[in-house]
Write a protein that binds this ligand. Structure first.
Ligand SMILES: [Zn+2]
Length: 143
């Protein structure tokens, strides 16, 4: 791993098939709300790791992988709880066993919507945003 910007931007080592000349790294960039630069969140990376461990569990079940899945869900929960507490909430009202399936807000990226708390606006999901902003005639079924 190479740190490009501490806490925000990284090159991660990549392995697997590919051209020998290709750079063997992938870039991971986190949102920087202070500089307003675009990127993902720690929570979103947790969701991707959870998905990866769930797939590996399907292929090769093991108690160690089950524990990894549980720990990753706990990390996701705690990251969300930290944000919730900092916005005056007292809990994250989702089951730990399903927390990765709850769709985060498209604007703030959190399960307990920080932007709605700040502005009073309705929380929008990624799916809602994708449907309404890409093709205005299509409405979300979740509506
Ligand atoms: Zn939000």
């Amino acid at each position: 791993m190479v740190v490009i910007e501490r806490g925000h931007d990284f090159f991660l080592d990549a392995i697997g098939a590919g051209e020998r000349e290709q750079l063997n790294q992938v870039r991971l960039t986190f949102v920087n709300r202070e500089s307003q630069s675009r990127g993902t969140t720690s929570e979103e990376v947790c969701r991707s790791l959870i998905d990866r461990v769930k797939l590996s569990l399907e292929r090769r079940p093991s108690e160690i992988r089950k524990t990894c899945l549980q720990k990753l869900r706990e990390v996701l929960y705690l990251l969300e709880l930290e944000i919730a507490l900092s916005h005056g909430r007292t809990s994250v009202p989702y089951l730990l066993s399903e927390i990765e399936n709850v769709e985060p807000c498209c604007a703030c990226g959190h399960l307990i919507c920080v932007c709605a708390a700040a502005s009073g606006s309705k929380r929008r999901s990624y799916k809602e945003t994708a449907l309404t902003e890409r093709e205005p005639g299509i409405r979300s079924e979740a509506g």
